[in-house]
Design a protein around this ligand. Structure first.
Ligand code: SAH
Length: 215
């Protein structure tokens, strides 16, 4: 795997496009500039890694579109040393972006194949602040709770209570909610039993499913 000047140039162009499309958080854009997205794609799609598109990563799943990754990350408002739970590791790209922003990332994936592949890749790339787990993220990841932030990268028919209660007071959850089309939800935990919900843009994600799929 190499990250050439050409790749860096393409990445710069992608970041300029995202800025024009309304991503105003320069720290998020710097993270997208730093992380080579082509490492996270199958060779067949690597050529297209710097187009603002989602691509298949196997097992009927997709790596999210760069705009979506930037948008969800911007909503999370990541600070150095935030402890962040990501549901839906997929390719590992979103986890890498969070780590590039200085977060400590716990990421969980329900498909064992994808879990093993992304764990291996992130390790090879030298990410020491990302821990990968195989399991059903509808239950969150209680062992390491509470989290400063939680991000869900699959479309959820309903918001699992387990995720809300694994947030710190003052923490927030970014989750696309809905069946075929979802609306991004930004939920803040104000006090033990008090949450504030903001409903944002329409978006489209692969489904958030219960249970696990072994290889
Ligand atoms: N963040 C990923 C996006 C992958 S697509 C990336 O950057 O590439 C969403 C992923 O969520 C898929 O891999 C899917 O298998 C996973 N997923 C769906 N439901 C899940 C659940 N209940 N627990 C954990 N992962 C889940």
């Amino acid at each position: 795997m190499t990250d050439s000047y050409r790749h860096k140039g393409l990445r710069k162009r992608l970041v300029d496009t995202l800025r024009k499309r309304g991503i105003s958080d320069e720290a998020v854009l710097a993270a997208l500039l730093a992380v080579p997205r082509h490492f996270f794609l199958d060779n067949a799609f690597a050529e297209h890694a710097y187009e603002d598109k989602a691509f298949p990563i196997g097992n009927e799943q997709t790596i999210s579109q760069p705009f979506t990754v930037a948008y969800q990350t911007m909503l999370l408002d990541v600070h150095a040393n935030d402890r962040i739970l990501e549901i839906g590791t997929g390719s590992g790209y979103q986890a890498a972006i969070l780590a590039a922003l200085g977060a400590r990332v716990y990421t969980i994936e329900r498909q064992e194949d994808l879990h093993l592949a992304s764990k291996d890749l992130l390790q090879k790339m030298g990410f020491k602040t990302i821990q990968c787990f195989f399991g059903d993220g509808t239950k969150g990841l209680a062992d390491f709770a509470p989290y400063d932030k939680i991000i869900v990268t699959a479309g959820a028919p309903v918001i699992p209570d387990a995720l809300k209660v694994q947030l710190m007071i003052g923490g927030s959850l970014v989750i696309p909610v809905g069946e075929s089309v979802q609306y991004m939800h930004h939920i803040k935990r104000l006090a033990a039993g008090s949450y504030q919900t903001e409903v944002l843009e329409a978006c489209r994600f692969v489904p958030f499913l219960e249970g696990v799929q072994k290889r």
